[in-house]
Every structure is written in structure tokens, then in C-alpha cells.
Design a protein around this ligand. Sequence first.
Ligand code: ADP
Ligand code: ZN
Ligand code: ZN
Length: 723
Amino acid sequence: MPSALRIALPVPLPTLFDYLPPVSGEAAVGSRVLVPFGRGKSVGVVVAAGVEAQVGSARLKRVLRVLDDAPLLDAELMQTLAWAADYWLGAPGEAYANALPLLLREDKPLPETREPVWQLSIAGMSALDAGSRRGGSRALLQALANGPQPAADLDIALPEWRAAARRLAEAGLIERGEQSLSPTAQPALAAPALHPEQAVAVQAVAAAFDRFQPFLLDGITGSGKTEVYLALIEQALAQDKQSLLLVPEIGLAPQTVRRLRERLGVPVEVLHSNLAEGERARAWLRMRSGESKVVLGTRSAVFTPLPQAGLIIVDEEHDGAYKQQEGFRYHARDLALVRARALNVPVLLGSATPSLESLANVEAGRYQALHLRSRPGTARPPQVQIIDMRAQRLEHGLSPALLHAIGDTVARGEQALVFRNRRGYAPVLLCHSCGWHAECPRCEHPMTLHAAWRRLICHHCDHQAAVPAACPACGSNELKPQGQGTERLEEALTAQFPQTPVLRIDRETTRRRDAFEQLLANLHEDAPAILVGTQMLAKGHDLPNLTLVAIVGVDEGLLSVDFRASERLAQLVVQVAGRAGRARKPGRVLLQTHHPDHPLLRSLLAQGYAVAAKELLVERRQTGLPPHGHQVLLRAEAHQRMAVDAFLGEARAALPDTDALQIAGPMPAPMPVRAGRQRGQLLVESPSRRDLHMAVRPWSLQLAQLPSARKVRWSLDVDPVDL
Ligand code: ADP
Ligand code: ZN
Ligand code: ZN
């Protein structure tokens, strides 16, 4: 057998591919290579060199070209990725592809890490001195007066700068330049003196620099977790080491980036999916070269190279956004742990509402818990009260007590937030005469009424339809919206409080880039206002004048069959409640429900998240559910139900017959039809993760070979979070 290179190619197949070494050039492990693949070419990553080929030399093709002089992925990343592909049962090629920014998966030279910047021309300097130009143009001239600025920074500082840049460039007042290091390094802003709990947390983590140790920083919203992160990143910087800070959403990023840059006084790289590809690749490469020391990013930033790693931080570690739900289904928090171990550095998970997984790890002694129990200064955690909705006259789903409290709040010149985790006008459009309701033909689920657009929209597949003038079943005109979405609440609150601005924040009103930040920036700090919105409102921006939070429509979460629903609801309630009373004014939280005696609500409100979470963990232990049991979910979908049943049946039969596994299914998915496809699943569980992997690893390879596999779309999900 000839000596070959084993290569990961970005295809959804459970294999690596063998090729003969290139005619010239050294293809080291971790380097990218161009290879012939199918009828075209593909860029892959060398995983092993000098291996014995699995096919005869006659069929073996040769690597066309080596793209990197030195490995692009270092030994640690290669090892971590191999581990990840094995653990999450992913296609290895897709795991490697996830780790590389798109631009680096192409057959092109690496982009320059120097970044284009905008700067004042000589004419621009005199224009600025002469005080000519107004509005956006003047703001841009002023921004550039401090020195050249990269586009990414201007996006944050002056969201509307591009139009001004065009005008000024045409007039010759500004010009493009190039700068070696992205953001201008400014003197760092002074840090506040840490309060005692913060100091304890910082000392504990700093004492673990240079070794692997997970920490859980359990601190209520506003207790100063971010200050702890900043202090630790500063300490890492002082030792010339790199820090990675993961956040669940880009929505959170702009404010945090600003805070990091102002405080650290060094360039801070930002990595998220909305970034231009060039910028993403450059940020990645600057971390790889060690030129940059700090990176802030969302899920996929967990793959950033950290050759001088000092510290990994995962903020809001409980957030579901860390789990990738398609393709390579990894969990960024869990991968952060694996990387920290490989890099021999501490990893700090922060949350006001830690996941049951992390709490179980604390109980088991694997993570060290750190607590922030108070808010700095005079800010106090808000009081939470339940409003019993039963037998109340509701005004668009809002109880009199709740409307009263909102009225009092705005009368005092303060702000109120109404939280409803459903966008649109109403979740159902019902015929009052015959009971017909508008249903998505592709999902067999009610369609949401969007009144302003006069459309019915399916929130599962985006199928759209016009709103019928009369009932299609009986011809009656009595079509009534049932239930409330944020759009309806906005309308109702505007009618109730005509003098007060009502701002709606959901996916519709924040479609544009930066729209979320801008909407909140429009809020005057000392004027009354009402915010209505979905869970986007649970975080972000500090709102010092927000003193009332009203939570409506939690009952669906209380009644859900998903075993994680209680945990999620508890987290959401606590996170949203945390928005009230962040400054000097005390906050108040009202929770409107038809189930005021529900045990989860009672323990949450009487004793807080920590106690409620402990009780949920006991339940999970009794029922053998995660984290006290382990799961792998096989999903399948096809146009024909028969194809799904046949595949899942064969898959079931292919599982080893052992007491170590519990198998549930085949059964229909929680949504049995979606976008016109029939969906089913098979759940494999075991109290032992080892037993589960031992059984499922060979099975995952077998699945691809099943004759029925070709007629369905299927995927495996290890530790699924959405059953
Ligand atoms: P969290 O990340 O836990 O929500 P932050 O770190 O954002 O909390 O802190 C909340 C507020 O308290 C911020 O305005 C922050 O500047 C302030 N703060 C945090 N720690 C201190 C401190 N030690 N002294 C003074 N102010 C602080
Ligand atoms: Zn009807
Ligand atoms: Zn649909």
C-alpha cells in the first residue's frame, strides 16, 4: 500500500479521504491542500501524513497543490476538532470546515491581515478646522480627527457613516488607507475597585492561570460579572496571553465590544456571522499570529486559534444559542471546556441562571463555583409578584392590575417593559361561526396573523397567505384573532397610553443591522416609555429608568411536554426580571398567569433560581434525564411517511441489543409535519455516556449504509437540546 495523506473535505460524509502527496511541496498536518474531488476540486485540511492508504494506488488521486507553507490549524485545534467530530458524531470534514472562516476554505492566498481604514485627507483636515460640513458628514470628519478608523469600528461608532463617507470621499475630504493593527489602541479607562465577591472570583481564576480548571460564575444580572471578565482579561494581557470571550448573540456584542475596547486599551477582535467575510478571516488570522490578544465572538468563535491562550470565558453559558442546530451539531460551551483542557488554561462560565448541566458539574466537584450575590452600589434585585388572571376581565390579554401598574409607572416618568415571547398580532385566526382556523398547509399548524402586513405567516416554515375576507369554510365574516402577539400588545398599549411612546422590539422591528441598538438608543433616559417585545429584550443594553417588568403568556411554557421547558422558563423569567431596577430606582416584576399555584413558579418566586434549579435537578435524577442520563437523537424526514418509518425501523433494528441502552421510538417528531415533510425520530438513552458512545459510534457508520437511508434526510444529534 502506498503512503498517503489523510484529508478532511467539507462534505457531509462520515469519512476522511486518502490522496497521494503532491509532486512538490510539503503537506504538513493542519495545512490546507487543493485536491481533485468528484468532477471538480476541493480545499481540504491534512489530518494525517504518511498513512497507509485504504484503497489501492491505482484509484488513489494526487494532491494538486499545498496552499499553506505552515499549518493553518495548529496541533491543539487539530486534536480538538478530531475529538469534536468523534463526540458529536459529525462528518469530520464538516467539523474542520466549521473551524475555518469561509474565505480560508477557498483556493486563494490568505488575506492581508492589514485592514483598510478611512482617514482624513489634507483638505479634510482644513475642512474640519474651518467647521464646514454639517450632520453626518461632520460627525464622520470628527471621528476621523483622532486618526484612521477601520470600517468595523465606524459601524459601531456611527451606524449611518457609509452615506457620509461616500459624499466626503467624492469631495476629496477623506480617503482610504491601510493600517497594520485594526482598532486604535487608546489608553485604557480606569477600572472600578472590585467589590469583595468580585475580588474573590478574580483571585480564584487568576490563581488557576497555567492549568485547566473550570469555574462557574453564578451571579445575578447586574452583579458585575462583566467586570470580573474584564479584570481577568487584563491580567492575561499583563502576561501577554490571549483571551477568548464567547457571547450567545451578536445583539449583545456592540455594547460589550465598546466596553472591552475602552477598558482594555488594546485591539479587540470581533467574530460573528454578520461580519463581512474579509473581516472575519482577518480577525481569525490576527489571533492565529498572536498579533491580537483578545477576541469576542458568538458560537463559531470557539474555533479561534489561541496559540498564546490564557483564558476562555463563556458568558450566559445557559443560552441555547451555543448549540448548533444543523450540520455539525456541536455545543460551543462544551467545546470551550475541551479546548481549555487541551490548552491547559482556566475556563470561566458565567450566568445569572446557570444550566442544570453546569450546576450538576458543580455538585460533582468538577467545576468550582464562584458567587456574586449582590449588585454593586444601591441597585437592588427586583421584587416579583404573581397576578392571578383567572376570572379577570382581560384587555387584549392584559389584566387590570397589570395595566394599572404600567399606568403608575409611566405617570412617575419611568419605563415599563411588557414581555411576550410571541411575535405577530395573534397566534391563531379563528372563525367564530364554525370553528375553522387558518392552518399552514405544509406544517398542519396554526398560522400567525401579522396585521400590519395583512398576512398569515407560518412561523415554522415561513409559508405566507393573504388574510381571507371571509371564512373559507362557512363564508362567515366572523374571523377573530385569538391570543396575543407583540404586535397586538403594542396596539393595545398605544391605545391605552396615547401620551406615552410604545416601542416594539422583536425580530420584525430589528431586522436591519444595528436596529436593536438604535431603537433602544431612542429611549430617553429620563422620559416615560413602554417597551413591548420578545426574548430579545431579556438582555442587552442597560435601561436605568426601567422600573417595571410585566411578563405575560408564560403558561405555554408551564404546560409544555419538553422536559427542558421548566428550566428554560425559569431562566427566561429570571433574565427578563433582571432588567428591572438596574440603577438607583427599585424595580418591580409582575408575572401574569392562569396557574398561580404551579410549583415551579412558587419555588422560583419564593426562593429564587438556585433553589428552583436544585429541585429541577432532583427531578432529572429521578427520571434519568440529562444531565443524569445521556441522549442521542436520530431524526429523519421525507415527503413520504413510509420512507421515514422504514428508515427509522431499520435503524432501530441495527442497534445492539443491550441493557445499557434505552430506546424510545421510532415515533413522530414533536412537529410530525413541517414544510411539507413527514418527520420522525428515535431516541437512544443511557445512564452512561461511555456505553452510549460505544454503541452509537459504529451504528452511526452503519446508518449511512442502510438501503432506506437514501430516501430520507437524516441526522444524529448528541446531547440534543430540542427534542
Ligand atoms: P453583569 O455582567 O453581571 O450583568 P456588569 O458587570 O455589567 O454586570 O455590572 C453591572 C453594572 O455595575 C455596570 O454598570 C458596571 O459598570 C457596574 N459595576 C460592576 N462592578 C462594579 C464595581 N466593582 N464598582 C462599581 N460599579 C460596578
Ligand atoms: Zn367559518
Ligand atoms: Zn408551515
